[in-house]
Design a protein around this ligand. Sequence first.
Ligand SMILES: *Cc1c(COP(=O)(O)O)cnc(C)c1O
Length: 379
Amino acid sequence: MSKHANTGSDWVRPLVQRLRPYEPGEQSKEKGLVKLNTNENPYPPSDRVLKAMKAAVDDRLRLYPDPCCHSLKEALAGFHGVQSEQIIVGNGSDELLALATRAFVEPQSSRQGHVQKNRSVIQYFVPSYSLYPVLSEIHGAIRNEVPLTKDFAIPSARKLKSESRWNNGAALTYVTTPNAPTGRGYTSRELRSLCRGQQGVVILDEAYADFAEENAMSLASDFKNVLVSRTFSKSYALCFQRIGYFVGHPSLVRALDCVRDSYNVNGLGQVAALETLKSLSYYRKNITRIIKTRDTFALRLRSLGFDVLPSQANFLFVKPPGSVDAKTWFEGLRERKVLVRWFADSPHSDRLRITIGTRDNMRQCMNALQTLCSQFLCS
Ligand SMILES: *Cc1c(COP(=O)(O)O)cnc(C)c1O
């Protein structure tokens, strides 16, 4: 032991001392809780997936998994009609979003004099996925947060250009589409024009694309600097196995391959994802069900007086009626065994994000909301 008192922080880089970790939604073990807080799929993986995973639990666990996810990449390439060199698989898409900072963004501290400041800029709209600022901070990048319009749309190309806040030269731009936590969808036309103007890498984070009317996957092949991010977590009910992937130009994919861990994707996850792609009709049925439930639930909420943003995802971002604040609604729902998401330190702390569960889940949620309505609005 050193004779100097060391509280531990002396060993930690100053940048890391200042970090605040990403705050995931609560994973409660409480029984009987209706869990509508982390946008998970309420329906289980297909029987085929569960069977294949169970069958893979044997002597194989001794061995490292395929470091390159060959079979999965082949299957994904077939699924999207692209080459397998255009695909990289990650430990959830979150891992790939982080790897992109390593591959494409120069940390401020390591930038040499002659290298442009833009090489350190990570850009995204606000509000969008709350992981982006965390990844930017970890990497020591310069954050450029660009506000969406009042109704959470992407400002027009002309407006972005005239408003000097948007940076065409940013090293990395993240766009969540459909957006979270708002649920708003963007057209591939507006995304195309956005990508056309960018000199750096653009990542279209399509975690919720399967619940939307359209997606922008074609841009991954049309542009050399665009990566489209997808995940098995939301529409394919596989959060637990952590499988996400990017589609894009082989040169970007190669760069990401250079900065990942050799065995970044676990073996059972590879088995599960591959099998998922063989039961697509089962998943499509569930996705359709979730979309229907979402639209019915949105109508009911509106009739209770909630302000409900139009959603292209598996959640709704809503403002409760009356003068009782969203935190109190959140706690009231929690007492009635319904867990939703409320973002405390956010400019949108007047809203709740409600994941779409089964019809039964949503009935329970609606019952709790009706009780709270009579309690909060009549007193
Ligand atoms: C859930 C989510 C992800 C993360 O997905 P994983 O594949 O589970 O890591 C990425 N982006 C957005 C916008 C999400 O909501």
